[in-house]
Structure formats: structure tokens, C-alpha cells
Design a protein around this ligand. Sequence first.
Ligand SMILES: [Zn+2]
Length: 187
Amino acid sequence: MILHFPGRAAELPFVSPSHMCCNCGQRSDLHPIEVTLKYTRYFLLAGTETNLLLTLPFCTGCIGTADRYRLGLLSKALITMGVFFVLMGALMFIPMNFLPDLVRDNLGRTAAILAVLLMAAYFRLRKPDLPRTSNDQPIYLRGLKRTFRGDIRSITLGFSNPEYAGEFRKANQDLCDSGALVIRSEK
Ligand SMILES: [Zn+2]
């Protein structure tokens, strides 16, 4: 269950360098896109979601990644669990005498191991084609610190393109120095 806060998401007060694509780094054919960055926090089974807006430059080839959200750990776990049940069902359809003893005696464990291996391979193979640095949002909300009253005190942004991360840091140096903005580059 995700609790949505009503109203329009707040625009982040950061300066976005506009001379290169924030994903692949291309310097022509650029379009400013207003991107919604999502931050979800889970408390047991409930979550709160914060949406913040940031305008970023994308080339035509990378526009599709602007609103493709990264899967959180919980989503990955849920998908793996779905794959587990599908495998479990598939294993049960195979006549028992076709299965090796070890598998027959450990159906659940076999399905669990296969599900984890399959999903690990899938997420590993989903690497982007160079020069693109990410198939998902190249810039995303990694962390959010709030004051006791709920105001945002500090924002951590993750960048898949280290060059754009460097340019973004330069353009917002004062906010980085004060700790209001933390930039994390993946590479
Ligand atoms: Zn691009």
C-alpha cells in the first residue's frame, strides 16, 4: 500500500546543465524533459511516496528512459517470488519419474534457487547499450532527509552518467557544500 500525498509534486531548486544528454552524454538533439523523481519509504507493508520534479536534458534516443523507474528491492523480491510460484507450478507438471531424486525431494528449494538465479541473470543482462549509461532513469532519488516537521533537509541524487554528475555538482556547488544536495555517481 502506497500513501499518495495529494497536490502537485514540488519542483527541485537545482540547476540542470543543459549542454549534454544526462543519460548518454550526447551533445546534440537535446530536449528538456520534466522528470518526476520518486522516493518510496516502506514501513512494514505500507509505504509513503514523495514525488519531486526536475527538468533534465535528454537526447531523442534516451527520452524513453526519463520516466522508467528503477525497481526497488521490494519489487525485485516480489517479482522473484512470482517466478518462484511459476517454476513451482511447472515442476509439478513434470511427471515425478522424470525428475532426479534430488529435485523430487526438494521441489520447493529447487524452484527457489532457480528463481533467484534466473532473476539475478535477468537483472545482470539488462545492461544498457553504450554510450547509454542506464535503461532506467539516469538520475534518481536515492535518499531524502527530513526535519522533524517534515521539511526536506537533504536530497541524495544518484547519477548513472559520471560526467553529468560532475557537471551537475559544479552547477549546484553551493547546495553541495551546504549538504542540501548529495551527488552519488554509480561509476
Ligand atoms: Zn542520450
